[in-house]
Design a protein around this ligand. Structure first.
Ligand SMILES: Cc1cc2nc3c(=O)[nH]c(=O)nc-3n(C[C@H](O)[C@H](O)[C@H](O)COP(=O)(O)OP(=O)(O)OC[C@H]3O[C@@H](n4cnc5c(N)ncnc54)[C@H](O)[C@@H]3O)c2cc1C
Length: 521
């Protein structure tokens, strides 16, 4: 039966009681629970939509090996990004991966060949060229940051540095490989300052190295192993297949209603659902979330990153190369990056290769059937390798991240003109309801380690408030800071003729009052 609100008994003894309710068993939810456990708080419940620990770190079985066994492939997060260098911190995801003996292989981005509609065509020199511009626009972003100048789009930053694609398909492909492939959005859609800062905080602070998980237990095994340190098998505090539909919050408690009619009454709650889930209004909040919260939820963006997997009966591409860059003559981002798994260190002999599409291209293929997409990719491969007779694949699949009701997209991004204050409002609690996850990380949005640190911080803050003992030194154990009004730079009085606006933007022509709209007399 469809769940209704009628069976709801808030504050009534039929609600299960707990100190802390955690919504989501992804990275942030598990680390929040671990932080609570480490502060001796064991009275929590984790409510999870799916039936596994991992959230957007999720895998599936695909194709088959020579023994007829399927491969485990990652549909979501796949890399440990920014491993860490000597003298600097180690990425916590690497630390946990080591504890789980996770199989992973270094992604060598210089192992790349380039192609276009004519077949093989070496334009990899443009990659080096782009990196020279990077050194310039990175400096510009730093100046904007330190001097509190106005943010602009990454596109504006690129143009200012002198980088141009014009209509050149090869330059567009290189730009896509260097930017969109990482952030899942275009330079037009991305903040210049926070895009570059986010990049540096991961790849300069840790290192530029990325390792791809090839573990046949699935990437999320490391998170399951961490969870097993404080959750028992079939722990009754972990509720799978539990879909939260309503949250009632106040300064004294949080009550949560689930789709199955059950309810939870908690002293505190941590909501770790994705920004996409928040944007789709899946969960009804009571009272309605305040304006400053709704503004931040609607400002930050959720990108989509789609991996399209093909298995063939042979490896017809060079099996010593990891990446294949393809420039389509007119469509930017059209099957631009292909990644071989049939390569030493990955799944050699698997004959598996996958393409990545993001953003508008992802939305386009999510709206069409599998067969159409399969044929599009095959047509691209046939352009890339004109001398090979490319057969139909023996296995094919791709996920539709934008349509997943527990994710609605892949990971977040900062649009042009955002501020740290606007972002802080995404992190800030409302009453006793807290928020954590990849998107609430100002430092590492979009990454596993971002979710990790944010879950930990929310858990520690709440533990501090419950026990009166603060472990969270830097940001404190009270509520998150918030900014209820965020002002721009242009005062209303500056809307005047001197600045080029001689007519009031609120003026509507009125025959009774001719000329009434003019400013300044
Ligand atoms: C395609 C893709 C590729 C990526 N690649 C990388 C990568 O290579 N490296 C990297 O570091 N990061 C990568 N990421 C990002 C990384 O996966 C995320 O940053 C991270 O997993 C987010 O963790 P989280 O805990 O914030 O959110 P989630 O993992 O989304 O956890 C939230 C949990 O809440 C649950 N939930 C949602 N709605 C409800 C509800 N109504 N009721 C109950 N439960 C609910 C969800 O099922 C989920 O388990 C990638 C993501 C995607 C999708």
């Amino acid at each position: 039966a469809a769940p209704t609100l009628q069976g709801r008994q808030y504050g009534n003894s039929t609600c299960r009681k707990t100190s802390v309710a955690i919504i989501g068993a992804g990275v942030a939810g598990i680390t929040a629970a671990q932080a609570l456990t480490n502060q001796s708080i064991s009275d929590f419940l984790i409510l999870e939509y799916n039936d596994y620990i991992g959230g957007r770190m999720t895998d599936t079985k695909f194709g088959e090996d020579e023994n007829g066994e399927p491969y485990t492939i990652e549909l979501g997060a796949n890399w440990i990004q920014g491993l860490g260098a000597e003298g600097g911190p180690e990425n916590p995801i690497l630390t946990f991966s080591k504890q789980s003996n996770l199989s992973n292989t270094y992604s060598d981005f210089s192992s790349i060949l380039s192609y276009d509609w004519t077949g093989k065509n070496d334009f990899t020199n443009i990659i080096d060229e782009f990196e020279e511009y990077w050194a310039i626009f990175e400096q510009d972003a730093g100046t904007i940051l330190t001097e509190n100048l106005q943010d602009r789009s990454l596109r504006a930053g690129l143009l200012k540095s002198g980088w141009r694609t014009g209509l050149d398909a090869h330059r567009k492909a290189v730009e896509w490989w260097q930017w969109d492939w990482e952030t899942s959005q275009t330079p037009e859609e991305s903040s210049f300052v926070f895009g570059i800062a986010g990049y540096n905080l991961t790849f300069n602070q840790y290192s530029e190295e990325n390792n791809l998980c090839t573990d046949q237990r699935g990437f999320n095994i490391w998170l399951q192993d961490q969870a097993a340190k404080f959750l028992e098998a079939n722990d009754t505090r972990l509720l799978f297949n539990t879909v939260v539909t309503n949250i009632t919050y106040s300064d004294t408690s949080v009550t949560i209603l689930n789709e199955d009619g059950s309810c939870i009454e908690a002293d505190y709650a941590i909501n770790t659902v994705s920004l996409g889930v928040l944007q789709y209004d899946v969960i009804k909040f009571e009272p309605e979330l305040p304006d400053w919260k709704l503004d931040s939820i609607s400002t930050f963006t959720m990108g989509t990153y789609t991996k399209i997997f093909y298995q063939f009966n042979e490896t017809f591409w060079p099996d010593d190369t990891q990446f294949f860059l393809y420039a389509h003559p007119s469509s930017r981002g059209y099957y631009t990056v292909w990644q071989s798994l049939s390569t030493e260190g990955f799944f050699p002999g698997s004959n598996i290769i996958f393409a990545t599409l993001v953003d508008e291209q992802s939305y386009r293929i999510e709206a069409q059937d599998d067969e159409t997409t399969k044929q599009e990719g095959l047509a691209v491969l046939r352009q890339m390798f004109p001398n090979v007779t490319i057969p139909e694949p023996i296995a094919f699949m791709y996920p539709r991240w934008t349509k997943e009701p527990w994710s609605y997209g892949s990971y977040s991004n900062w649009p042009t003109g955002t501020t740290l204050e606007m972002h802080q409002n995404l992190r800030a609690n409302v009453g006793r309801l807290y928020f954590a996850g990849e998107a609430t990380s100002a430092e590492y949005f979009g990454f596993l380690h971002g979710a990790w640190f944010e879950g930990q911080e929310a858990g520690l803050k709440i533990a501090g408030m419950l026990t009166g003992e603060c472990r969270e030194k830097e940001s404190g154990c009270d509520e998150y800071g918030r900014y209820e009004a965020l002002y721009g730079t242009t005062e209303f009085a500056e809307w005047n003729a001197e600045n080029g606006v001689g007519v009031s933007p609120f003026y509507v022509a009125d025959p009774e009052e001719p000329g009434a709209g003019a400013f300044n007399g």
